[in-house]
Structures are given as C-alpha cells and as structure tokens.
Write a protein that binds this ligand. Structure first.
Ligand SMILES: [Zn+2]
Length: 177
C-alpha cells in the first residue's frame, strides 16, 4: 500500500495539526492470517506514512507524540496537543460510491432543445446542474405541459420570471426586477 494511494481516499479519523498537516487513517489488512485493521498517522501533503500500528490506542499515542514534536519545533507553540478519540468504526478503504447523476428523459429533452442554454438569458447551464423547467406560458395562465411550452431556465431567470408570461418577461428583459 503506497501513501499516494491513500491520498485519493477520504481520510476518516480526521486531520490534525495547525494546518491539517497530519491525519489519522485506518486500512483493513491481514495480520497472522486474520483480518485486522492497521492504524496510521500520515502526512498527506508529503505523501508520508509516519507510523503504522495495529493497535488503536498505540496509534493515537503515536499521533500525540507527532503533535508534541511539532509543537516543540515551533516558536511560539501554537498547536494543541489535545487529541480526542477520532478513530471511526468505518475502515478507510470502503468508500461509498457516489450515485451516478440521474436526469429524467423529459428533462434531458428540454435541455437538448434549449441547446444547453437558458432560454431567456442564454447563460450556459449544465445538464446535471441546477436549472428549472419553465412553462413559457405559466400554468396559472393556462399553460400546459406540452413540449413546446417547456423551456430550460437558469435559476435567476426562473426566480425573476415568476408568473409573468415569457413574452412579458422577455419584453421587460431578463435583468428587469
Ligand atoms: Zn437565464
């Protein structure tokens, strides 16, 4: 296991030191034929593993030592040597995969018909980003859900448009209050 591999993972157990220079990390391992956990103090930016222990208490003591040593080197000392119980129960190497972004077919169609731009102010919008499906003629004024009445609108335009019709809105200008 290389330290650089660690850098790409969220580090449970948390950063410590005045600038988050050190971090506590745990990784699953096999020790004497049994599944175990290895607790490490790492210096993430430098990609260093400073200590490895199979005992959580010992690892915390090593982390405190590291902090005390850093304190002693600096004048005036500004690091806290207080270190709480930071180890979590989750192992480091089982991150929950992020869910794939989902967008409905209707939303994708409206996005494509609007060519990825806000219908009103032509600001580029992102398919998976925050934008609104707009009724050009508001429902309140009898506008329907048919494709021709639906356009993509950026958040500011959506908020400004409110219940005016698209023609009123465009006449006033998207920047108008
Ligand atoms: Zn807009």
């Amino acid at each position: 296991m290389s330290a650089s591999h660690l850098l790409q993972r969220p580090i449970y157990g948390g950063a410590f030191g005045d600038d988050g220079r050190y971090a506590l990390a745990s990784v699953p391992c096999v020790s004497r034929g049994l599944h175990a956990t290895r607790y490490m103090v790492v210096q993430a930016q430098a990609g260093l593993v400073l200590s490895v222990s199979e005992d959580k208490t010992e690892a915390l003591a090593l982390a405190r030592q590291r902090l005390s040593a850093a304190n002693d080197k600096r004048q005036p000392p500004k690091l806290s040597t207080e270190q709480g119980e930071l180890w979590p129960d989750e192992p480091l190497l089982s991150p929950v995969p992020a869910p794939a972004p989902y967008v409905s077919r209707r939303r994708r169609e409206i996005f494509e018909r609007s060519q990825g731009l806000c219908h009103y102010c032509r600001t580029p919008i992102e398919l998976f980003g925050k934008w609104h499906i707009e009724h050009q003629l508001p429902r309140a004024l009898g506008g329907g859900d048919d494709a021709l009445n639906l356009v993509a609108a950026c958040v500011p335009c959506n908020l400004r448009k409110s219940d005016s019709t698209a023609i009123e809105f465009v006449t006033q200008g998207p920047g108008a209050a």
